[in-house]
Write a protein that binds this ligand. Structure first.
Ligand code: IPE
Ligand code: IPE
Ligand code: MG
Length: 247
């Protein structure tokens, strides 16, 4: 468990943020810089996800949410999209094999209906098999878009109204949250984006209302537990006021 320094004071051991979210970006540039095909960057990136998820579990975090494939990423070449889907299958096969050792609850956020039937079957199996692990949960965002998530939630609520299960006046922020993929999960405390891009790219639009952001130039395949420690240390230097007054 790393030591984090709060402000300029003495080093103190603080609990890590409960929920960290990461936009796993920079795989393509990492590969291109090495003279490799972009898909080699995705392969390296998926190994880094494994390492970082284990580290988050080990330092006592409750949730890690990662952006693996966006609703916009279908714009890429068919070759790249299939390579990413292939890597995902490989990752899930291995995760299923190592489940007892890793003890990680795996959940999937996104419109999974567009994925291939064999990938869907694997996702379903991983979801069900890992349901018994309660200590640490990793949410993998696949064919995920923040706007798409909100539209789907609105549609589901409208359907419930039409069916007479809900009334428009019932709608509160909390109730709306229960229609999102993240139902029952606290909002992320910290959102990290590696690769130097400083934008949200349609990630967790609803849930990020009061998240702290951390940007770094490090490319995702080069991201290490030490980089995560740096992000968490920066998080501890922030004053989260949630609209209130500085304490
Ligand atoms: C993130 O890395 C992975 C996905 C979006 C699937 P990129 O593939 O976007 O890498 P860059 O941004 O082109 O370097
Ligand atoms: C965001 O990265 C999506 C994922 C990391 C899965 P992109 O590389 O797709 O985002 P843009 O295109 O730079 O905004
Ligand atoms: Mg990118």
């Amino acid at each position: 468990m790393p030591l984090f320094k709060k402000k300029q004071g003495d080093a103190v051991q603080l609990p890590p943020p409960k929920h960290v979210a990461i936009i796993m970006d920079g795989n393509g540039r990492w590969a291109t810089r090495k003279g490799l095909p972009r898909t080699a960057g995705h392969a390296a990136g998926s190994e880094v996800f494994r390492r970082i998820a284990t580290y988050c579990r080990d330092i006592g975090m409750d949730y890690l949410t990662v952006y693996a494939f966006s609703t916009e990423n279908w714009k890429r070449s068919q070759e790249e999209v299939s390579a990413i889907m292939g890597l995902l299958k490989k990752y899930l096969f291995e995760a299923l094999e190592k489940m007892e050792r890793d003890q990680i609850r795996l959940k999937f956020f996104g419109d999974l209906s567009r994925l291939s039937p064999d990938l869907l079957e694997l996702i379903d199996r991983t979801d069900k098999t890992s349901a018994k692990y309660e200590g640490f949960q990793a949410n993998i965002c696949l064919n995920y878009g923040g706007r798409d998530e909100i539209v789907r939630a609105a549609r589901a609520f409208a359907r419930d109204c039409a069916a007479g299960v809900r009334k428009p006046e019932d709608l509160t922020e909390a109730l709306f949250g229960s229609y999102l993929y993240s139902a029952g999960i606290p909002d992320p405390d910290l959102i990290i984006r590696p690769s130097g891009e400083e934008r949200i790219s349609n990630f967790l639009l609803w849930q990020s209302a009061y998240a702290e952001y951390y940007f770094t130039d490090v490319l995702w395949p080069d991201f290490t537990p030490a980089e995560l420690d740096k992000a968490i240390a920066a998080y501890f230097r922030r004053d989260r006021r949630f609209g209130g007054v500085k304490r």
